[in-house]
Ligand binder design. Sequence first.
Ligand SMILES: Cc1ncc(COP(=O)(O)O)c(C=O)c1O
Length: 442
Amino acid sequence: MDFFDLYRQKTQLSEKLFKRAKAVMPGGISHNVHYFPPYPFFLKEAKGSKIRDVDGNEYIDLWMGHYTHILGHYSEIIVKAIEQQSKEGIHWGIVFEKQVEWAELIQGLVPSAEMVRFCCSGTEATMYAVRLARAFTRKNTILKIAGGWHGANSDLSVGIKMPYEKEESLGLLPELQHYTKTILFNDLPGTLEMIHQNRNNLAGIILEPIVGEGGFIPGTEEYLKMLRSETEKLGALLIFDEVISGFRVGLGGAQGLFNILPDLTTLGKIIGGGMPVGALVGRKEIMEKTSPERKADKWEKILIGGGTFSSHPLTVAAGIAILCYLRDFAEEIYPVLEVKGERVRKGVQEALQREGVETAVTGFGSLFQTHFPFEGGVILNSPHSINQKTDTDKREVEFRIRMLNHGVHVMHGGGSLSMAHSDEDIERIIQAAREVAKEMKG
Ligand SMILES: Cc1ncc(COP(=O)(O)O)c(C=O)c1O
């Protein structure tokens, strides 16, 4: 039986639900990444490393709520914190002490976080980061990585999908796009050249120090150091987007690991324990500019911050619970996650290679992706080069459906390991990859 047919046979209730969903929501989804052909399975429940769909199929999950659930789905410490908070109140829109506690936790753990501003999503955080960089420097141009994803805000919806020179979407103002330009990740001479070309109007450079879209590839030491020193020389801001890597690769995120201090950092995902969240953190001198408090006669207005639900009590409770846990058990968590990640990367790569399926498994710490790159091609350290293969998407979908048929849910051919993934889970993931490799070869 064809792998799509097998999937359809196992997910009949999902297929019905998808038809219903499409009649009321464009494409049947609320985030584009939730769609995949022929249709996504619909989830019923999730606990630990496992998810179960409406048809009763169980999968080992590697997506983990967009890489959020570092302890696994439905972690007891987070559930308890949310339950407790909901007894005290759900949504107030008035400041409360726990917000301060949460911000202090981040201030104490993330090296560049002298001050913290919370919002509801990573998209908002990166939007504010760009606005603040432009306001603080009084310059306009932002450089971003070609292929880099920072959420759907208009300023950064440039150069996301190949071919990068084309317009990303109708509805985005060309004038706005004019001031966001792309550079290639880890391309030192090319990036230097772009910095040089834009030196008179450079507000900042935003990048993930471990680039997500390209397969969780870390910036080289010399590349990140060059960005730090060049921005400093020009008075432009270096912005690290650590929405994924924050608290994922270590308590201090990638900046702690690589020992590079950006001016601003955006956070999300893990810091909210699974509740909607984003945060902009950074140097006091810059962050202070966003304060609504009038400073005597010279208040300069930098509008950072609406958000009816910013710093929502349930998010704050979940956020404090997860960050306290990670802080207290960091030594037992991060090395273990790294070992799990390495085992899966190696196991999946070997499984596919053994059958001659051309792939590259890349990743860092507990994160990984499986690429189906150029036939006979080379993977370079850039999302640009990785995305060049035209049938990548087709083969990625095939891998995904086949893995689902073997009980494993991957995203972009991979995902993230959590503390809930057992040795047995890891063995099952690798075994599934072995079976899929045989099928894909045949
Ligand atoms: C690196 C990065 N930045 C920003 C975002 C946007 O975050 P959100 O989806 O919470 O708006 C994402 C989301 O996946 C991300 O991966």
